[in-house]
Write a protein that binds this ligand. Structure first.
Ligand code: MC0
Length: 140
């Protein structure tokens, strides 16, 4: 089902400070920035490598407010890895397959994700405590 690790989502309080840290420490570069109101985040994608069906990235996430998924996560757990996202070729097909295996989907249909991808989240309690995201990259 998985083509690659699309991104690792990292929750932070201050996006600009965290971007600077990643750029200066690891030499990675921001290739995309976006505010996703529906998900309650301001985010930046830092490119790591190219893989099957798309790239691999670090995704830095700053919440737009305390009552958002990332805002609540920061209040409860502090900064750190918020989710792991895997690239898939057919997100709707993957959703059907996983629902059939009893995994709870947090979205009824794919939603807008970073860089015009289609995304769906899986409940962390059904994936060993890991908030998991499936990403279908846009067709070229
Ligand atoms: C919450 N839990 C997590 C977690 N967030 N476990 C692992 N990783 C996380 N990130 C755990 C809590 O500790 C709690 O367990 C249980 O899940 C329920 O959490 P809650 O705090 O009571 O409930 P909510 O209201 O915060 O909901 C959690 C849930 C929510 C995961 C359902 O955050 C959600 O729907 N997330 C999907 C959307 C999202 O995260 N969007 C932001 C990134 P205990 O044991 O304490 O009961 S958007 C994004 O990344 C886009 C832009 C993109 O990739 O393109």
């Amino acid at each position: 089902m998985f083509l690659r690790i699309d991104h690792v989502g990292i929750a932070c309080h201050n996006l600009e400070e965290k971007i600077k840290f990643y750029e200066e420490t690891f030499g990675v570069q921001v290739v995309h920035r976006e505010v996703n109101e529906a998900q309650g985040v301001r985010e930046a994608m830092l490119h790591i490598a190219d893989g099957e069906g798309g790239g691999s990235y670090i995704q830095l996430l700053e919440p737009l407010g305390p009552d958002t998924p990332v805002g609540k996560y920061l209040a409860k757990r502090g900064e750190g890895v918020h989710h792991i996202a895997y690239g898939v070729s057919d997100v709707r097909g993957a959703m059907g397959e996983l629902a059939g295996k009893g995994i709870r989907l947090l979205d009824e249909s794919p939603r807008h994700g970073s860089m015009n991808s289609s995304i769906v989240f899986l409940h962390p309690k059904d994936v060993g405590g890991v908030l998991t995201e499936l990403v279908e990259a846009p067709r070229q």
